[in-house]
Each structure stands twice: as C-alpha cells, then as structure tokens.
Design a protein around this ligand. Structure first.
Ligand code: ZN
Ligand code: ZN
Length: 224
C-alpha cells in the first residue's frame, strides 16, 4: 500500500509535541494533531499501524513510542517548524496566524541543509517563539547554543557604538522605503549606531542620518 507521507509527518510531529507534555496515548496524539493541522483530516488511528509497519513507531498497548527512524524524522520536522517560526517572528515579522500557516508549510519543503543555514543566520536559537526547544542540528555546535546573541537584530536593538551590515528592510510604507534608499539605507551597507537619545542617529561612512525609532525597528542588521 502506498502511504501519503504528509499525514505521517503530521502524526510524527504530534507524537513529539505530546511527548514534550509527557503524553503518549493515541487520544493525546489525536488531540495535538487536530490542534496543529489546519483544515486537513489526519486519521491518527488508521495511520499509526501503517507507521508501525514502516518501523517509525511502536504501538505499546495504548501508548505510542517513536522508533529511532521515526525519532529522527520527527526531530527534523520539529526543527524546521520551529526555526521557521523564529525566522518569521524575528526577521520577517509575520503575524501569528501567518506564521503558523507558513511554518507548517516550510517544515515539509525545506531540506535540512537549507534549514542549517537559516539556523546559523538566526544564531542557532535554542527556543521557538513559544518557548519550546528547537532540536539542535549539525550546524549547532554544543557550545554555540548557550544563548548566543542572534545574528540578525533590528537596528533599534543594536547597542550604541556597535556596527552592523544591513540585511534587509521591511518598511510599513513604501514612501519610507524610497527615502531610506535615497539616504543609502539599503541592504549590504554598513551602519553604526551613533546616538540613541534623544533621537536615533546612525552613521554610514562619513554621513550621519537621523532615523525615526519606528523605522529603526524595520531595518535588520547583521551585527559585526
Ligand atoms: Zn513554536
Ligand atoms: Zn544551528
């Protein structure tokens, strides 16, 4: 029988999430799955025996355990999902609803290599925006994960006197974007936080530019 991989991935993800809450029954997993999966029907009870045949899970009475192959696959899905969440909240400022939908989508399409570069880009974050642990990837050296500063921060959060390279800008208004471009506030350029109060002033080369604080929150820099 051919098995559609998508419900399997959803269930693996649900098993992982349930386990974080010390739950492992089929009912628990069904509940998590229902919560997580938008619109699509996932028949947990029907799919679990197939997953056991594939050596992904072990059905032990009413409890469901991940087998090593299932563990590995679930970890990858959770990692992609939570890293995508971090990417959307920290960097792209996607709304909560948009974030969940897009993170669900991302977890199925991105390969682990791409995810490792996203992870590095974000500074190997240990937690998702909901405070749940992000499984470490090969890119995350054990010692690197102790709350290293995120690699990309908004300009407003960059410390006084610190310098960074502009990675991207998410302006709320296009008019602002034109003005920023005219001032040289564009991706690839370096900026230094020259003054934070009373007004926010950055230095770019020899030029000093006063920037509205709200705009400084829309400019993302890689601290260097
Ligand atoms: Zn999360
Ligand atoms: Zn990493």
């Amino acid at each position: 029988m051919k098995v559609d991989p998508s419900p399997i991935d959803e269930i693996l993800e649900a098993i992982w999430v349930a386990r974080e809450e010390n739950r492992d029954t089929i009912a628990d997993i069904t509940r998590v799955c229902g919560h997580q999966y938008h619109g699509k029907e996932v028949n947990v009870e029907e799919t679990l025996p197939q997953m056991q045949t594939l050596n992904l899970v072990l059905l032990n009475g009413g409890a469901v355990e991940l087998q090593s192959e299932g563990e590995k696959r679930a970890m990858g899905i959770i990692r992609r999902h939570r890293l995508a969440e971090r990417l959307f909240t920290d960097v792209l400022q996607v709304s909560e609803k948009g974030m969940e939908m897009t993170a669900c989508y991302f977890e199925h399409i991105l390969d682990s290599e791409v995810m490792d570069s996203v992870c590095a880009f974000l500074g190997h974050p240990p937690l998702c925006p909901h405070g749940k642990p992000i499984p470490a990837g090969e890119c995350c050296g054990a010692y690197e994960r102790n709350w290293v500063k995120p690699l990309v921060v908004c300009l407003a959060d960059l410390e006084l006197g610190k310098e960074g390279e502009i990675v991207f800008i998410t302006p709320s208004f296009h008019k602002r974007f034109d003005r920023l471009t005219a001032l040289g506030v564009i991706a690839g350029n370096r900026v230094k936080v020259h003054q934070k109060k009373p007004s926010f002033v950055v230095r770019m080369g020899e030029t000093e530019v006063a920037i509205d604080k709200t705009i400084a929150q829309e400019i993302f820099v890689k601290a260097t």
